[in-house]
Design a binder for this molecule. Structure first.
Ligand SMILES: [Zn+2]
Ligand SMILES: [Zn+2]
Length: 314
């Protein structure tokens, strides 16, 4: 028996929505785009945004993000692409290439920032010199990406930065932030962070779609994307365990992640009082970007990696 789209009767290629309806390719794409448009409306993600910097790693989520924004808002919001060459051997070069192919296919202006060329270090080096940097590699990578995104957003005059974080990522991060009592991190996991000093607002239009859904979307669109996982991503420990647990709950069709995330965003975070937001109020004495102390986290990392007498980019 061939499965048919519940809307038009064409051949079904995927199931979607709470009712797990069978849909054809065209109706799946429509369904996905409607979900994203609803998220954008619900959290007013594009309020006051005329130019938007879209951070694209080349993986499925950011590629889905670029395409969905282009299809939904082209003509209304000017998109500028950004991809960062993090200098991870065997991984970053194809990533940047996939990002570039998507920008060019859609005719979107873009910037490529090479960490090694611009700042004299790579994520591989940060990983080899973990002890010197005093931070886990994924944490360094997060700081680096946020810093470069913000700098480029200011340079190109973007009103906001869009990233491809999906519901899997955000539900996992919120759960971990709560479990570890990291309230300062939790409050930043909302679909839209507001402008603070020189910190450009960040938006997450894929906040309510899952990784499986973004994968289906890019595959059906036929958009090129990088399939590999980052070699620095931890394969065991709390994060993968929790992620697998959330995935199991989802398979039972409980929409647990969405319930948890939307409740935390709407009911919990607004009740957390924030007497002072440290980040974004000060200015780094070295680079002039927002900092909580005298020197921003990025400059501290860069100095530890490039000003040590014996090391540099190897
Ligand atoms: Zn159909
Ligand atoms: Zn700095």
């Amino acid at each position: 028996m061939r499965l048919r789209c519940r809307i038009c009767g064409e051949r079904a290629v995927a199931r979607a929505g709470p009712g797990r309806r069978y849909l054809c390719a065209r109706h799946y794409l429509e369904h996905f785009e409607r979900r994203v448009a609803k998220t954008v409306e619900k959290y007013r993600l594009l309020r006051g945004v005329r130019r938007l910097l879209v951070a694209v790693s080349g993986g499925k989520d950011s590629v889905a993000l670029l395409h969905v924004l282009h299809r939904l808002y082209r003509g209304r919001v000017e998109l500028v692409g950004l991809t960062i060459d993090l200098g991870i051997e065997g991984y970053s070069t194809p990533q940047v290439e996939f990002a570039r192919r998507n920008f060019e296919a859609l005719g979107i202006d873009y910037r490529v920032v090479g960490l090694a060329e611009e700042y004299g270090f790579t994520i591989d080096l940060a990983s080899r010199r973990r002890r010197l940097v005093r931070r886990p590699t994924c944490s360094v990578c997060g700081i680096v990406k946020r810093y470069v995104m913000n700098r480029i957003a200011i340079e190109v005059g973007a009103d906001a930065i869009a990233t491809g974080h999906n519901l899997d990522d955000l539900s996992l991060f919120t759960l971990m932030s709560i479990a570890q009592g990291r309230i300062d991190d939790l409050v930043k996991l909302v679909p839209r962070t507001e402008k603070m000093g020189a910190l450009v607002p960040r938006i997450r239009p894929l906040a309510l779609v899952s990784g499986k859904e973004t994968l289906t979307y890019v595959v059906l669109l036929g958009a090129p994307f990088h399939h590999e996982n980052c070699p620095h991503a931890p394969s065991d420990g709390l994060r993968p365990e929790l992620s697998a647990m959330l995935e199991r709950l989802e398979d039972r069709n409980l929409e647990f992640r969405k319930m948890m995330y939307t409740n935390i965003v709407s009911n919990l975070i607004p009740r957390i009082s924030r007497p002072d937001d440290k980040a974004g109020t000060g200015t780094c004495t070295i680079c002039g970007m927002p900092a909580s102390g005298k020197i921003c986290s990025f400059c501290r990392i860069r100095m530890r990696l490039t000003e040590h007498p014996k090391i540099g980019v190897e």
